[in-house]
Design a protein around this ligand. Structure first.
Ligand SMILES: C[S@@+](CC[C@H](N)C(=O)[O-])C[C@H]1O[C@@H](n2cnc3c(N)ncnc32)[C@H](O)[C@@H]1O
Length: 245
């Protein structure tokens, strides 16, 4: 039976199974050059955004933290730099990305569990974590609502969700941002990572992702309370938060 084309891969409308395969191919292809490309494309800004995420997330001394779609582990590492007593689980659906993250964690001297898992079906018990973070991962998920439901389930009462994701830029800057994104980013991908298409997907997927207010509604719809968002760099990215009570 033919599956319904009811999701997106960038601007393309496809079915859910195809999306998982295509997203997985993108991250297999970009894994080795992921950090280099992140630094080039954001001109280093992604480190600042991640630092802001860490600094604005206050937690108890021995909190248990789930870093979802953690890839090359920047967020896990920053949390451990802030407090070596945090118990962090570094997780991702993609083995190539998880391996790159593991190498980096070991090089930094951080020995924490790295687990291959899908955010839409988390292998953890109910009420297990004090905090769940996702950095630039939600946009790539096939069923975002299902992932948010799973996160809600594994968070303990009082636990918080923190999402760092591309968002909608302040309209006066849209034109110049679009020109940079569509004209320059795929070319950088071609030049430095020999992969233009993955970076074309990146640019398109950002445009297809829900804006700040829609994402806030989605988070609320699965039960999160005291939800909020903070725009960074005029809305290029935003940090969304919500609590389970
Ligand atoms: C852009 S990278 C972000 C990596 C890292 N968090 C960062 O901020 O640099 C997105 C990651 O999301 C992961 N991902 C996509 N779909 C996922 C899913 N359903 N469950 C878990 N991870 C997923 C990809 O494998 C990829 O490593």
């Amino acid at each position: 039976m033919k599956q319904k084309k009811d999701t997106h891969f960038g601007y393309e409308t496809i079915n859910k199974e195809e999306k998982s395969k295509k997203v997985s191919a993108v991250f297999d292809s970009v894994a080795k050059n992921y950090d280099l490309m992140n630094n080039l494309m954001s001109m280093g800004l992604h480190h600042v955004w991640k630092k802001i995420l860490i600094e604005t997330t206050t937690l108890k001394a021995k909190s248990r933290i789930l870093d979802i779609a953690a890839g090359t582990a920047d967020i896990s590492i920053e949390f451990l730099k802030k407090n070596k007593n945090y118990q962090i689980f570094h997780t991702d659906i993609n083995l190539s990305m998880l391996k790159e993250g593991k190498k980096k964690l070991i090089n930094e001297g951080k020995i924490i569990p790295s687990i291959l898992c899908d955010a839409e079906s988390l292998p953890f018990p109910d009420n297990f974590f004090d905090c769940v973070t996702i950095g630039f991962g939600l946009r790539n998920m096939t069923n975002k609502k299902q992932a948010l439901k799973e996160i809600y389930r594994v968070l303990s009462p009082g636990g918080k969700l923190v999402i760092l994701e591309f968002s909608k830029i302040w309209p006066p800057f849209k034109k110049i941002y679009d020109q940079f994104s569509f004209k320059i980013l795929p070319k950088l991908g071609k030049l430095f990572a020999k992969d233009e298409n993955s970076y074309k997907y990146l640019v398109e997927s950002i445009r297809m992702h829900p804006d700040q207010k829609k994402l806030l509604e989605l988070i609320k719809s699965v039960g999160f309370e005291k939800t909020s968002f903070l725009n960074l760099s005029s809305g290029i990215v935003s940090i969304h938060k919500g609590y389970k009570f």
